[in-house]
Ligand binder design. Sequence first.
Ligand code: ACO
Length: 332
Amino acid sequence: MAYAAFRSIGAYVPEKILTNDDLSTMVDTTDEWITKRTGIKERHIAAKDEYTSDLGVKAAEKAIERSGVALGDIDMIITATISPDYFCMPSTATIISTKLGLKNVTAFDISAACTGFVYILSIAKAFIESGMKKNVLIIGAEKLSAITDYTDRGTCILFGDGAGAAMICATDDKSEAIIDVHTGADGEYADLLMTPNGGSGSTHDALDQEAGSCFMQMKGNETFKVAVRTLTKDVKEILAENNIASDDIIHFVPHQANYRIIKAVGDALKLREDQVVLTVGKFGNTSGASIPMAINDIYESGKLKSGELMLLDAFGGGLTWGSALVPFSPKN
Ligand code: ACO
């Protein structure tokens, strides 16, 4: 049987930085409020002519190079994004594949908001274990600034742009394999976090009159409570089902939405501070890109070593959630 190994990681953030102080000149907020309630200090914002696919390509190039996989051996690309280059089509994954110079790959996007990276990890794992694919490039890429309402202080302080990518490859060695991935969803909570217009439920009239309703809207406080409850339950379950203790986790890599959510889940698992990966302060919430960007952060700072076990967990619009137990398994 083929197993799926997490071989490499890469990430990219655009140059421009938007600080809390910058935001306090745009909406009624302060650095103190944002820092205390979210842990966010700054976020990166893509240039006008920089698309989600451009961010994804830069992250993917690093992941490909670090994996040692030849371009021609990549047989599938999946992108997780809620801010695709184009509404409906073509998919951002197909654009990325062409920009990378790839021909004849399976390429598609999935929409699972901030849980997107965990969802594409589970798809890559399933395709590889079934024997259908061997080298799957997964990319979380977001230009959230394009769907953020910069007059709404409840959301604009949270989101940033960026991308992260990983190469998932077939292996015969079970010790290298991704151990488990959980994914879940509950549409009962769909209205907590949504872009209410622009889809098949909109009329052209509504679109003309309410251009702003294509932006993200969130009931932040309710989302916060469901996030803590759902994530704590899910991570406890995945650890118990796989007989893994909190102490065995070297790196807990949660979706970077809010420091207080991360702290609550970390405390529920009795994790030490050095086990918890935190990038929310410098990148904000980059939705589907946040987990691979955080993994890349510990990789580039030399903290992530071969064989070390990561626990990923995520929560987002849909509502969706997911977790994964992933040993880092570079080829060399
Ligand atoms: N600056 C100053 N005051 C603010 C701001 C701001 N930026 N935003 C809200 N306030 C005010 C509110 O108006 C309210 O004032 P009131 O008491 O006078 O009515 C007060 O602060 C408290 O507001 P809450 O919404 O209750 O604040 P909360 O502590 O819940 O923090 C936040 C808001 C940061 C949005 C938090 O709820 C959160 O992080 N929620 C979860 C986000 C999340 O995880 N989303 C899922 C992933 S995102 C995705 O899938 C794309």
